[in-house]
Each structure stands twice: as structure tokens, then as C-alpha cells.
Design a protein. Structure first.
Length: 359
């Protein structure tokens, strides 16, 4: 809120940033009125503006003011409503929203004269652009829809492994059905690992795999779709494992329940590629208060794991670590915690996004 009040983040001369966009430690960014379908994606260029690069690869310019379909597998670049005017000590970072990642819609922010995606250098002043690539489904989007979020940082916010262990000893960060995970059982290496839940019987759904040929999904529709039109259920094999098929997209749940205390935020980071041709988590920012209950009555909320395998079939087993949480300290606890005004994913038991009617 303070960043908006001080003009670090604005929506130009004719629009404002609504309170609903402001989350405990992040701000939802909204799509503008137009989109460029691209011939191909491109790397950020520290010597050029985004629109200079787009002029080389844009196939067309389309209006999304009243809604438009984005084809599966086609990259699009969409100017965002919000603009930044950061002081020299403040930098930004962006993530897809959870609902975006769960639909296998790949997004990343590009800024002028910057050589990195999603990381906005301190002191940046200018527009923000969102690359959007629907990977599993054709989707319908429109102006003002939010697909990703921004957070601002100053100084060294990331917790080191020893600090993660120290926080967990004071306010547990991971729980299971039997209670807080014992400190000696934490798996920590440049972040805190969580594992996949494949514990059910063979007849129980362990997760979902996206269907390749489904109808268009309107991302503004909440609780609207039958999941069976877009997803196939995944069942565990005997022995508690599943075999992931190459280039398929899967939604799974963590064994552990994650708790983010008010003075911290967390990010689910991509799985270490040295462990195999496996990519997990395309979205994963956890605002302060995710899985946290101030009353102490309940703790933790399971994390969604978004998984894609490259090249060859890949087996994952029950309790195998395939996700990793990084934690960041807040300058101060937010006035409002995640879930205070309702959330589709606080205390989640289903991994499907908010667009589907509950099973």
C-alpha cells in the first residue's frame, strides 16, 4: 500500500490500483488493452526497449479489451496496466499467480533495457510487459485480468539455511498429520524441501494430468468448469509412485502442510535440474499468513506442485522431495494476512485451480 501511496507503483494517468489488487506482501498486476501474438519468444536485451524487440517478431496487434482467445503454444506479449518508478534502493520481482500456474499458463515479466525476466532492477522506471504462453489449454483473457503479481524488496531479504532452521524451531514452517515436522527431519539446502504425496490407495486420485485437446477456458470464470473437460485423474501405482509422461503437465500436492508466519513470505522455487529432466513449480509465491492460524487452532496448508517432465518418462515416489521453499523476511508484519478476506487456496485439499467447480 505504501508503494502505491508514494507513487512507486501506478496505473498511469487514467486508472488507479484498487485495494483488491494489494495483497499482504505483493500486488496483482493487470493486463492492458492490447496483445501482440509473437512469431517466437525473445531474450531480454539490455540495449533495447521491449517494444523495439517486439517490432521484430510481432505477427499482429489484437484487442483484449472485451476478451480474446490466446492459442495454446503461441507466445503473446501484453503491456500491463501498472508502471514502476522505483528509487535506487528498491528492486522488484514477479511471479505468476497460483491460479495461472495451475492452468499451465506460462508467464514472465519483461522490462526495458534489462537482461533478466521477472527480476526488475533497483531504480527502474517504466512500463511492464507480460509474456504469456498457454501451454496446455487455449485460454480467454481480457483487460484488467490479473495473471501475475509483483513484490518489492530492499537489502538482503532471503533467509539462509541456518536461519530457516532457527525460524522453524520457534514457529514451525512445515507440518504433517502428526504435527510439526521435527527439526532433525527437515531437508534444507538453499531452501526448505517439500515432498510429493502419493500415499493413497490405487483407486484414489493422487493428482491430475492436463488434456491436450480441450475447449477454451475463460480465465475470468470462477467455479465454472467441470474438471473432467480439461484434466485426467492420476492414480498411484502399487508401491506409491507414478510415472510422468514426457511433455505432459501434472498437478500434485505436497505431503507437508506449509505455514508462513506473518513476518515472512515464501517462494516455491524451481526444482534443481541436476536431479533430472524434471521441472516443478511455475508459480509459487506465498504471502505472509499462508497456512497460518493466529488462534493456533490449525496449522499449515498443503502446497500445489506443478510438474512437467522433459524428454523421457520419469518416476516420482511418495515423499520424494520435488519442491523447495525459499523464505524472505518482511520489513514489518503486514496489517492483513493471507486468507483474512477469503482465499481459494488457504487450507486447500484439492490442487485444481479456482476456475473449476469443487469435486
Amino acid at each position: 500500500m505504501k508503494a502505491v501511496e508514494e507513487g512507486l507503483l501506478s496505473a498511469g494517468e487514467h486508472f488507479r490500483i484498487p485495494p483488491a489488487s494489494i495483497q499482504p506482501a505483493s500486488v496483482d498486476l493487470r493486463l492492458g488493452e492490447t496483445a501482440w501474438p509473437l512469431q517466437c519468444s525473445f531474450l531480454p536485451d539490455p540495449e533495447a526497449t521491449v517494444e523495439e524487440k517486439v517490432s521484430e517478431v510481432a505477427l499482429d496487434e489484437i484487442s483484449i479489451r472485451d476478451g480474446a482467445m490466446l492459442e495454446r503454444g503461441r507466445p503473446y506479449l501484453i503491456p500491463l496496466m501498472e508502471e514502476l518508478d522505483l528509487p535506487r534502493e528498491i528492486r522488484g520481482k514477479t511471479n505468476p499467480k497460483s491460479s495461472t500456474g495451475r492452468l499451465d499458463v506460462f508467464t514472465r515479466v519483461i522490462t526495458d533495457r534489462n537482461n533478466r525476466f521477472d527480476e526488475i532492477p533497483a531504480g527502474y522506471s517504466g512500463r511492464l510487459y507480460l509474456e504469456v504462453v498457454p501451454l496446455s489449454f487455449a485460454v480467454r483473457v481480457q483487460r484488467m485480468l490479473s495473471l501475475n503479481q509483483l513484490r518489492l524488496s530492499v537489502g538482503e531479504a532471503q533467509l539462509r539455511d541456518a536461519e530457516i532452521r532457527e525460524v522453524h524451531s520457534e514457529v514451525p514452517l512445515l507440518y504433517t498429520e502428526s504435527g510439526p515436522v521435527a527439526s532433525g527431519e527437515l531437508s534444507v539446502a538453499d531452501g526448505l524441501f517439500v515432498s510429493v504425496d502419493l500415499s493413497g490407495e490405487r483407486a484414489e486420485v493422487a493428482g491430475f494430468r492436463s488434456k491436450r485437446n480441450s475447449r477454451v477456458l475463460d480465465m475470468s470464470q470462477i467455479g465454472h468448469y467441470d474438471w473432467r473437460d480439461f484434466w485426467e485423474p492420476v492414480y498411484p501405482e502399487r508401491g506409491g509412485h507414478i510415472i510422468l509422461e514426457p511433455e505432459s503437465f501434472y498437478l500434485l500436492l505436497s505431503v507437508e502442510e506449509v505455514c508462513v508466519p506473518p513476518q515472512y513470505a515464501a517462494e516455491m522455487m524451481a526444482y534443481d535440474p541436476t536431479a533430472g529432466e524434471l521441472r516443478t513449480h511455475y508459480a509459487g509465491f506465498f504471502d505472509p499468513g499462508f497456512g497460518y492460524d493466529p488462534s493456533g487452532a490449525s496449522h499449515g496448508s498443503r502446497a500445489a506442485l506443478e510438474v512437467r517432465v522433459r524428454d523421457v518418462p520419469f518416476m516420482v515416489e511418495h515423499r520424494q522431495g520435488i519442491g523447495k521453499l525459499g523464505f524472505e523476511r518482511m520489513l514489518e508484519p503486514p496489517e492483513r494476512l493471507y486468507g483474512d478476506s477469503g482465499s481459494h487456496y488457504q487450507g486447500q485439499t484439492s490442487v485444481l485451480s479456482k476456475h473449476f467447480a469443487r469435486r
